[in-house]
Design a protein around this ligand. Structure first.
Ligand SMILES: O=C(CO)[C@@H](O)[C@H](O)COP(=O)(O)O
Ligand SMILES: [Fe+2]
Length: 216
């Protein structure tokens, strides 16, 4: 099984001058991990880096030294995903592999057994506050060959993350599709009560996961 439902506020939208304080505010509000879209140094929290960069190879060591726990790179950004996965592991981090809206899951599938997390982007990477792309949900449920199989069923222990436009209005789609790691930027960061948004996202996600396990 995947590692349970986890909510990771995206810090991309926050005031970068007060990054540390924002991270603490999110952890105090119940965040399971922090999804960082910009390189930064860390204290001792759970930092999952989303590297939207063109040469992800060059940032592995600096991110490891800065204390990142997971390094997610874009499949489209490298010619040698296998070597990069190996390098990330050798630098003591977990591995995330992201695909942009235009990339199908068949490109990700060959690597699925070597990574800790697949990230299905639900907006074009770049900035927060964009509209959720519901038509990405079939990727989480992926169609293989002639039959329909959920990515979740194909790789039951794989964490599947969604990122972009996810909040109280869109979480149900993600949870029903089988995502268990939920990145949410504006919906959490702009809320006056981030704790209640985080709880809501986690509850919807957990309920869907429970329902799936009962249906099995
Ligand atoms: O990677 C990205 C955007 O490219 C995200 O992590 C966003 O920062 C999420 O913000 P919202 O879409 O939830 O506002
Ligand atoms: Fe992100």
């Amino acid at each position: 099984m995947a590692s349970g439902c986890k909510i990771g506020p995206s810090i991309l939208n926050s005031d970068l001058a007060s990054l540390g304080a924002e991270c603490l505010r999110m952890l105090d509000s119940g965040a399971d991990y922090l999804h960082l879209d910009a390189p930064c140094s860390s204290g001792r929290s759970v930092f999952y880096m989303h590297m939207m960069v063109s040469r992800p190879e060059q940032w592995v060591k600096p991110m490891a030294v800065a204390g990142a726990n997971q390094y997610t790179f874009h499949l489209e950004a490298t010619e040698n995903p296998g070597a990069l996965i190996k390098d990330i592991r050798e630098n003591g981090m977990k591995v995330g592999l992201a695909i942009k809206p235009g990339t199908t899951v068949e490109y990700l599938a060959p690597w699925a057994n070597q990574i800790d997390m697949a990230l299905v982007m639900t907006v074009e990477p770049g900035f927060g506050g964009q509209k959720f792309m519901e038509d990405m949900m079939p990727k989480v449920k992926e169609v293989f060959g002639s039959g329909v199989h959920w990515l979740r069923t194909q790789f039951p222990s794989l964490d599947i993350e969604v990122d972009g436009g996810v909040g109280p209005d869109t979480i149900h789609k993600c949870a029903e599709a089988g995502a268990n790691m939920i990145v949410s930027g504006s919906a959490i960061m702009r809320s006056e009560d981030p704790r209640s948004v985080i709880n809501l996202l986690r509850n919807v996600c957990s309920e869907a996961a429970q329902k799936r396990s009962l249906d099995r």
